[in-house]
Design a protein around this ligand. Sequence first.
Ligand SMILES: *[C@@H]1O[C@H](CO)[C@@H](O)[C@H](O)[C@H]1NC(C)=O
Ligand SMILES: *[C@@H]1O[C@H](CO)[C@@H](O)[C@H](O)[C@H]1NC(C)=O
Ligand SMILES: *[C@@H]1O[C@H](CO)[C@@H](O)[C@H](O)[C@H]1NC(C)=O
Ligand SMILES: *[C@@H]1O[C@H](CO)[C@@H](O)[C@H](O)[C@H]1NC(C)=O
Ligand SMILES: *[C@@H]1O[C@H](CO)[C@@H](O)[C@H](O)[C@H]1NC(C)=O
Ligand SMILES: *[C@@H]1O[C@H](CO)[C@@H](O)[C@H](O)[C@H]1NC(C)=O
Ligand SMILES: *[C@@H]1O[C@H](CO)[C@@H](O)[C@H](O)[C@H]1NC(C)=O
Ligand SMILES: *[C@@H]1O[C@H](CO)[C@@H](O)[C@H](O)[C@H]1NC(C)=O
Ligand SMILES: *[C@@H]1O[C@H](CO)[C@@H](O)[C@H](O)[C@H]1NC(C)=O
Ligand SMILES: *[C@@H]1O[C@H](CO)[C@@H](O)[C@H](O)[C@H]1NC(C)=O
Ligand SMILES: *[C@@H]1O[C@H](CO)[C@@H](O)[C@H](O)[C@H]1NC(C)=O
Ligand SMILES: *[C@@H]1O[C@H](CO)[C@@H](O)[C@H](O)[C@H]1NC(C)=O
Length: 474
Amino acid sequence: MHLHHLLFAFLFSSIQCAPLSSPSSDLLRSLNLTVDELGATVFALLYGTPLMDFYQLAEGTLTTVGSNVLGHKNATATASTHNVVRPNVDTIYGSATYDLSATDLVLVLPPMDEDRFYLFAIYDPYGDNFASIGSVPASAPGKYLIRSLESNCDDDCEGYEGCITSPTPIGTILVRIEVKNNSTDVAEVNSYFSKVSLTSINPRIPSFPALTLADFDNLSNNTAVSTLELTARLESRSPPETAHFQAAVPPILALAGITNGHYKKPASVNLTRASELVNASVAAFTNTPGSYPDLGNGWSILNNSYSGTFESGTAIIPRTLIAIALYLQNKATNALYPTLGSTQLSLTDSEAYLFTFSGKPPVAADGFWSLTMYDDTGYLVPNALDTYAVGDRSNITYPSGDLVYADGAKDGSFQVLVQDVNVAPPSNWTANWLPAPSGGGSFTVTFRLYAPEAAASNGSYVYPVVTKGDAITA
Ligand SMILES: *[C@@H]1O[C@H](CO)[C@@H](O)[C@H](O)[C@H]1NC(C)=O
Ligand SMILES: *[C@@H]1O[C@H](CO)[C@@H](O)[C@H](O)[C@H]1NC(C)=O
Ligand SMILES: *[C@@H]1O[C@H](CO)[C@@H](O)[C@H](O)[C@H]1NC(C)=O
Ligand SMILES: *[C@@H]1O[C@H](CO)[C@@H](O)[C@H](O)[C@H]1NC(C)=O
Ligand SMILES: *[C@@H]1O[C@H](CO)[C@@H](O)[C@H](O)[C@H]1NC(C)=O
Ligand SMILES: *[C@@H]1O[C@H](CO)[C@@H](O)[C@H](O)[C@H]1NC(C)=O
Ligand SMILES: *[C@@H]1O[C@H](CO)[C@@H](O)[C@H](O)[C@H]1NC(C)=O
Ligand SMILES: *[C@@H]1O[C@H](CO)[C@@H](O)[C@H](O)[C@H]1NC(C)=O
Ligand SMILES: *[C@@H]1O[C@H](CO)[C@@H](O)[C@H](O)[C@H]1NC(C)=O
Ligand SMILES: *[C@@H]1O[C@H](CO)[C@@H](O)[C@H](O)[C@H]1NC(C)=O
Ligand SMILES: *[C@@H]1O[C@H](CO)[C@@H](O)[C@H](O)[C@H]1NC(C)=O
Ligand SMILES: *[C@@H]1O[C@H](CO)[C@@H](O)[C@H](O)[C@H]1NC(C)=O
């Protein structure tokens, strides 16, 4: 009996300590995680966090239109837009959740005018922008085939402008089309959307279960548990992209309690501790020199090598960080999002920030830039002027009163005033005024540069100097 007990203890501990295959343990060690159930759980949480964002989006589209249908808005966001956080007011959005389990897709891109930014960005469920059709560089109008690795269409892409193979059978297409003005151009953009189509072809017997709302049923109300449940449910439809990860990841997920589409927490694992370690990993990455290169004057930017792209899914921690901060980020060639060291700004109603630009932000002719104000919940700030953003399409002026964007040639310094929505500045500031939430408090300002030129990130453009001073009143 004693012996039996000992033997049992020995067997039990040898199962507990059973070494993972070396690709798996090397992967855990490379992320400074312990080679045990706790380390595997931390890995699984880092790995699966973006899937929670995918779920939020996919649940919405599956509920309203279903998969493989491209829906679109018909106007830019306003202060009453509360379904997304920090929406831009520069573009009209469209989106689709795609599911290639039983079909390929054909996307039709209509001809667009030359100086307009547009982007059909295609993402795997982890937020990796593995392919794009858009204005940077200009894609030819016409038909594009989107297919999965299992597609039966082989390499026969004749008749298509391009052929896109999705590394995962499910994912997201996110469309942005620039709006140049709120008068006739909104209708113009809507007419482009009406000419875009997404249709199914090459039906086949599904090699994967289709994505359905049942995939999101009964998820736990505990974020860590639901992340792991979702990782389990989507595992077969969100496989790793590289051979190395295909060998290394499944055994780690299994050690974390993820098998056959289900999650069961190993008894030894404390999920609160695991979540703390996830946060510590993300914080350590954020603080690593080179993760957020400095742009000068207090501005920095996520390293371009992680912007919207994660080295074929192997840059796990940046991928988690982006899922938390800005899921479905663009690649640096399409958009830059420089941030101020302290992204939360705050004012009292007698104070103001001045953003002193050295000159026009360097974007291509078909690009644009904007500074957009968000309250502390990430929503646009209601104001009588409906000014949620200032940028290249607003009537900002130089101190002389001349329009900054009256003609392409002139360049020089100009200022944007960030001041309480109820504290109106003198009239010559109206067009340069970005109204901040009333009564002070904290807020964020997002700087976007779409179709950026090299000067925007190679150190040659001098970023705006941001200073706090007294409110400017008549
Ligand atoms: C792991 O820890 C080492 C030493 O503290 C550190 O240099 C390295 O950046 C860490 N790696 C990760 C992925 O956190
Ligand atoms: C835009 O869509 C909304 C519903 O989302 C609808 O109420 C509105 O009439 C539409 N506007 C135009 C101009 O089509
Ligand atoms: C269009 O109007 C919205 C307010 O409804 C504003 O935020 C946005 O900046 C305007 N866009 C242009 C290009 O003028
Ligand atoms: C709005 O944009 C359209 C291009 O779609 C342009 O033709 C028109 O002149 C612009 N209107 C204003 C008031 O800027
Ligand atoms: C979710 O729970 C309900 C009620 O317990 C059950 O009927 C349903 O089958 C569950 N769905 C899934 C996908 O497990
Ligand atoms: C989560 O909470 C909601 C409401 O608080 C409840 O209806 C639902 O059953 C809970 N889900 C689970 C899986 O416990
Ligand atoms: C789980 O971890 C948390 C955070 O480290 C700790 O506060 C808590 O006491 C742990 N719970 C158990 C049952 O050990
Ligand atoms: C981890 O960080 C998130 C914010 O990103 C926070 O909501 C959560 O409480 C943190 N978890 C733990 C266990 O510290
Ligand atoms: C961006 O990250 C890469 C890979 O870690 C590194 O080689 C490069 O130096 C970083 N860039 C900057 C500007 O720090
Ligand atoms: C800029 O001024 C023109 C002419 O007064 C006006 O039509 C247009 O709506 C203004 N644009 C914005 C964004 O306020
Ligand atoms: C408004 O006029 C004042 C006084 O002439 C000047 O200092 C300021 O730069 C002007 N602001 C803008 C945006 O033109
Ligand atoms: C940065 O890019 C601009 C083009 O946008 C180029 O003119 C300039 O020489 C570059 N500067 C450096 C330091 O590479």
